[in-house]
Design a protein around this ligand. Structure first.
Ligand SMILES: [Cu+2]
Length: 234
């Protein structure tokens, strides 16, 4: 009986540790859209939760999917921001009927002072999502650091779990259009439904934290019981 209990306690403690250790992996450079509805205006929050293997971040370059034409980056006092333009061939018409010949192909945030590892920063991009429900938008992002860089550009093969990738490219899937108007979207407060690598990552770590908590509590109870029992028999 005693050994069975001890094994249970050790097992629970080990499981709790695994759950805790696994949690950090989810904190990669990610994108959280305020909405994923096709053809809607959205705010994308690009999160940078750590550096490159301990080195501080000096630049973050976010490539835009082909179907995204215009982007309005939010300024951030710690960084300068540039839009890299590319020719649109053929040109397209914007929602006001004007001809657009160039698109924003990349947004580059450059740090005024390096963002230390262990500190987080985030950028918000306002844009209109393409009218392509069901399509996954991928934002290959290169994080440059004082030492080295991390290319968040890996895309999961179909059926592959993005969490298996070492450096997944931020991405999310477009959902059905909601017929939303031209009004500016509310800033992102929570991970939107349907975001693939973005929102799954967040919910995964919450679940893991809860799991670790529950397992930890169970471990404590089992330990306490063992103690009481051992006192009784002594
Ligand atoms: Cu990470």
């Amino acid at each position: 009986m005693k050994t069975a209990l001890r094994t249970a306690v050790v097992g629970l403690a080990a499981a709790a540790t695994v759950a805790l250790v696994a949690a950090p992996a989810a904190a990669h450079v990610t994108i959280t859209p305020s909405t994923t509805a096709a053809n809607a205006y959205t705010i994308l929050t690009v999160s940078v939760p750590h550096g490159c293997d301990g080195s501080g971040t000096t630049k973050v370059s976010i490539k835009m999917p082909e179907k995204i034409i215009a982007v309005t980056p939010t300024v951030n006092a710690n960084w300068t921001v540039d839009k890299v333009m590319a020719d649109l061939n053929p040109p397209v018409k914007d929602s006001h009927g004007n001809e657009v010949t160039k698109r924003v192909s990349e947004v580059v945030y450059t740090a005024k002072t390096p963002l230390p590892d262990g500190m987080r920063d985030a950028f918000e991009l306002s844009l209109k999502l393409p009218d392509a429900a069901g399509e996954t938008l991928v934002f290959p992002t290169v994080q440059t650091c004082e030492k080295g860089e991390t290319p968040w550009v890996e895309v999961a093969a179909s059926g592959q779990n993005p969490d298996e990738l070492a450096h997944p490219a931020p991405a999310f899937k477009l959902t059905a259009a909601t017929g939303g108007g031209h009004a500016a979207p509310a800033p992102s407060t929570s991970p939107a439904a349907g975001g693939s690598q973005a929102s799954d990552a967040d919910s995964g770590s919450d679940t893991r934290s809860w799991l670790a908590l529950v397992l930890g509590a169970l471990g404590l109870i089992a330990g306490g019981l063992a103690l009481v029992r051992s006192r009784k028999t002594a």
